[in-house]
Design a protein around this ligand. Structure first.
Ligand code: TRP
Ligand code: ZN
Length: 314
């Protein structure tokens, strides 16, 4: 859901109206082509994916964990949606703790494959719950952004790749496997990796990873435009799938709304919510269900994700 009309869109509309009113060609007044703005990501669509992840967990012993049937069912759901939208999907298999792991990679055809912009999220849950905020939220928002790329038939200058990782909860296993499987030359083609792990926490904060300056600025400017203050992410740097990319020298960034750490009074003042309570009191527990989501946070972070994907790949 878009909360405001961008100045750029207004400016473009004014130019178009002026051109029409003039009734002729006004070549001198024609502005340089503007980079395409990201579309609004419908939060209802993101939530519909969360409902699917919840149903999958419920039908498979209450979780979507590595090596369990709920993980593979989640992957099959995401892959089917991407295949239908025209992505080139690849399942990368590995073995961890005696069970097969599956990463899902989706390439959007076109763009400069020597300059790849990636957005990813872990699709596995812990075994103790359905993992809807951690990390159905990131998985659903990355999926809906990919589907928005297809709906817009976006033709970015750079190449777009989306990823869903297995076994993050067991130590960033899937994402590390992917990075290790790339040749050194292939690693150098990735201009940036954007990570989304827990972006709909029920008592949310708005945290931006303090990593690559360009990526960080892109997110910060988006939230500034909404009038939402952000803070630098400090709840365990390196605790998600951007870490293997960063170690390999890839510029990284990402968003986070908080896990087991407690929201301070100052944070409740600026963001609302409840001071003295965890950002996500259902972190890694059975109550991380579809009830464990703040829709406003999920909406803002999904739109910020799409904004960064569009802007950084244009
Ligand atoms: N990755 C952690 C998990 O899945 C959650 C987490 C803790 C996190 N601290 C973080 C995610 C900082 C991103 C950034 O359990
Ligand atoms: Zn987790």
């Amino acid at each position: 859901m878009k909360l405001s009309v961008s100045g750029r869109a207004v400016a473009a509309a004014v130019v178009a109206a002026t051109t029409l009113l003039a009734g002729g060609t006004v070549a001198d007044a024609t502005p340089a082509p503007l980079p395409a703005a990201a579309p609004d990501i419908p939060v209802a669509n993101v939530k519909a994916h969360l409902t699917q992840f919840q149903s999958i967990a419920t039908a498979n012993g209450g979780n979507r964990a590595h090596g369990r049937p709920g993980y593979k069912a989640s992957l099959d759901y995401v892959k089917a949606r991407l295949d239908a939208a025209g992505f080139t999907t690849t399942i990368q298999q590995f073995t961890y703790s005696g069970r097969t792991g599956y990463n899902l990679i989706a390439d959007w055809p076109g763009g400069d494959t020597n300059r790849v912009v990636m957005a990813g999220s872990h699709l596995d849950s812990v075994s103790s719950g359905p993992g809807i905020n951690d990390n159905g939220s990131g998985s659903a928002a990355v999926l809906e952004t990919a589907l928005a790329v297809a709906r817009a038939q976006y033709k970015p200058t750079k190449h777009l790749r989306f990823a869903w990782w297995d076994a993050e909860e067991l130590g960033l296993v899937g994402s590390r496997h992917y990075v290790n499987s790339l040749s050194v030359g292939n690693r150098a083609t990735i201009s940036g990796y954007l990570n989304f792990d827990m972006i709909g926490s029920p008592n949310p904060g708005y945290f931006v990873y303090d990593d690559d300056p360009t990526i960080e600025k892109t997110f910060k400017e988006y939230f500034a435009g909404l009038g939402v203050p952000t803070e630098i992410e400090t709840e365990g740097d390196g605790r998600s799938d951007h870490a293997p990319f960063k170690s390999a020298g890839v510029p990284v960034g990402g968003l986070f709304t908080g896990a087991s750490r407690t929201k301070t009074a100052a944070q409740a003042q600026k963001w609302g919510g409840t001071a003295g309570v965890a950002f996500d009191r259902c972190y890694h527990s059975s109550c991380d269900t579809t009830s464990n989501i703040n829709d406003t946070a999920l909406n803002r972070n999904s739109d910020a994700l799409a904004h960064a994907v569009w802007q950084l790949s244009s």
